[in-house]
Ligand binder design. Structure first.
Ligand SMILES: [Zn+2]
Length: 139
């Protein structure tokens, strides 16, 4: 066991270039952020253990609740202005509005959850967050 203290700087580490925007887009499409070919998910919101093409380990991701929060923000910014516009211009009955808006909100949220989670995992990988930094001496 070495007595020398671990000295680690980001500049000293050998690093591959990771493009945040490319990784975000690949994750949004449900693909591996590194190779863009392997599948990121093994179920609706279950991130696979590793990429089937490039063997990238996906287990260090920590998406947690962020995808749900982002979906709420995105869907809210679509649904609320639409409701206000329809209400001020057409003023349909409340039951009719509920029959349209509630399923629309639910379906839009479910459609966006997996892509947004994939994008979050892609950004985490590109920014070397959590366990995605291969040069972190603490792992
Ligand atoms: Zn891959």
């Amino acid at each position: 066991m070495s007595a020398a203290p671990k000295v680690w700087t980001r500049e000293a580490a050998v690093t591959e270039k990771r493009n945040v925007w490319t990784a975000l887009k690949r994750g949004f499409r449900g693909r591996c952020p590194r190779c863009g070919e392997g599948k990121l998910f093994r179920a609706f919101l279950k991130v696979d253990d590793h990429c089937s093409v490039c063997e990238l380990d996906f287990t260090p991701h920590r998406a947690d609740d962020l995808p749900a929060y982002l979906v709420i923000v995105i869907v809210g910014h679509i649904v609320v202005p639409t409701i206000l516009w329809i209400e001020t211009d057409f003023s349909p009955s409340v039951p009719l509005q509920l029959v349209i808006y509630l399923p629309f909100t639910l379906v839009l949220s479910l459609l966006l959850l997996q892509p947004v989670k994939g994008a979050v995992v892609g950004v985490q990988w590109a920014l070397r967050m959590h366990g995605f930094d291969e040069n972190n001496p603490e792992q």
